[in-house]
Ligand binder design. Structure first.
Ligand SMILES: NC(=O)c1ccc[n+]([C@@H]2O[C@H](COP(=O)([O-])OP(=O)(O)OC[C@H]3O[C@@H](n4cnc5c(N)ncnc54)[C@H](O)[C@@H]3O)[C@@H](O)[C@H]2O)c1
Ligand SMILES: O=C(O)C[C@H](O)C(=O)O
Length: 356
């Protein structure tokens, strides 16, 4: 039987591991078996979620704690981070969870991190566009990216905060200013558009959504969300009515949820699912897996715009290869022109916010 001194020493060791300097995790949450196991050094990546106590952040934290590629999970928010951290840390999976609360702890939350996922910021209410969130979220994203530039300039960044069409250019400008910009490592998350497109197309085709792959290009707002229905896998064709129904439904999927939630926010659960699907792909890329391809909003030369969402191949350096659009039909070519006009203005708005 172990002596009480040995037992105390072990508890002290666990506590020291769980309560890094500046961590706000409370004592009660510290003594979890999940942390004992991870003390052994489960191999994996260090992931931070910024905005971890929010509607997306909480289920995202839960799902990332379940991801075997994650060894350390930092949960940062300006409110409620200790409670969410205590809760998640009791899950008996490998990742060590640490909580960080408030601006003074942002740098500690980000230090040593491989992948930063950012769902911080306000969500839409009915009647609002994503661009209406710019005023508040632009400043939030700037602050977080300044922290990333200082604490983990080589991390892959998955940016979820809306309006993505402007927040990604904001992040790029912050990183340029700091001298840390690597376009391959900055990815705007458009995975929810793909998830929705796969679901809605599968409904129309009478297939299992897991068998369907719909490329969605452009950006992440209204007409900038451009599903390429002519490139659906498995190969299939749609009537004009089906094409219009599917394109409208995919472009307005976010608004559908905002209206159904009737003032209580926007998509959180499907977004957390999509964010984890995308983060997992980024981690597999970081690990060196071959053939990891997903859609994302990235710095791009596919069109004349400086940012555009297309399929990208994810590797050790982030978005290592950016795929061309492929052949478009007439309906998609018209959609592309509309998408580019709106995207150009949103990108410029983001750039000017930092350059002003
Ligand atoms: N890219 C996408 O497909 C997609 C999908 C859904 C939602 N979103 C966007 O994600 C964002 C978050 O949505 P939500 O429903 O989780 O909102 P929410 O209000 O439920 O949660 C946001 C969280 O961010 C935190 N936060 C605010 N300022 C912060 C800061 N400076 N640093 C760290 N955390 C901060 C808040 O405290 C809150 O916990 C919104 O902008 C929303 O529009 C994007
Ligand atoms: O629609 C929103 O405001 C949230 C998000 O961008 C979505 O597509 O669900």
């Amino acid at each position: 039987m172990e002596s009480s001194v040995e037992a105390n020493g072990r508890i002290a060791r666990i506590s020291a591991h769980l309560f890094p300097p500046n961590s706000q995790v409370e004592d009660g949450s510290a003594l979890s078996r999940g942390d004992c196991r991870a003390k052994g050094g489960a191999p994996g990546f260090k992931v931070a979620i910024v905005g971890a106590a929010g509607g997306i952040g909480q289920p995202l934290a839960m799902l990332m704690k379940m991801n075997p590629l994650v060894s350390v999970l930092h949960l940062y928010d300006v409110v409620n981070a200790p409670g969410v951290t205590a809760d998640i840390s009791h899950m008996d999976t490998g990742a060590v969870v640490r909580g960080f609360l408030g601006q003074p702890q942002l740098e500690s939350a980000l230090t040593g991190i491989d992948l930063v996922i950012i769902p911080a910021g306000v969500p839409r209410k009915p009647g609002m566009t994503r661009d209406d969130l710019f005023k508040i979220n632009a400043g939030i994203v700037r602050t977080i990216c300044e922290g990333i530039a200082k604490a983990c300039p080589k991390a892959i960044v998955n940016l979820i905060s809306n309006p993505v069409n402007s927040t990604v250019p904001i992040a790029a400008e912050v990183f340029k200013k700091a001298g840390t910009y690597d376009p391959k490592r900055l990815l705007g998350v458009t995975m929810l558009d793909v998830v929705r497109a796969n679901t809605f197309v599968a409904e129309v085709l009478g297939l299992d959504p897991r068998e369907v792959d719909v490329p969605v290009v452009g950006g992440h707002a209204g007409v900038t969300i451009l599903p390429l229905l002519s490139q659906v896998k498995p190969p299939c064709s749609f009537t004009k009515e089906e094409t219009e129904y599917l394109t409208n439904r995919i472009q307005n999927g976010g608004t559908e949820v905002v209206e159904a939630k009737a003032g209580a926010g926007s998509a959180t659960l499907s977004m957390a699912y999509a964010a984890v699907k995308f983060a997992d792909a980024c981690l597999r890329g970081l690990r060196g897996d071959a053939g990891v391809v997903e859609c994302a909003f990235v710095a791009s030369e596919v069109t004349e715009l400086p940012f555009f969402a297309t399929k990208v191949r994810l590797g050790r350096g982030g978005a290592e290869e950016i795929y061309q659009l492929g052949p478009l039909n007439e309906y998609e070519r018209v959609g592309l022109e509309k998408a580019k006009t709106e995207l150009a203005a949103s990108i410029q708005k983001g750039v000017s916010f930092i350059k002003k």
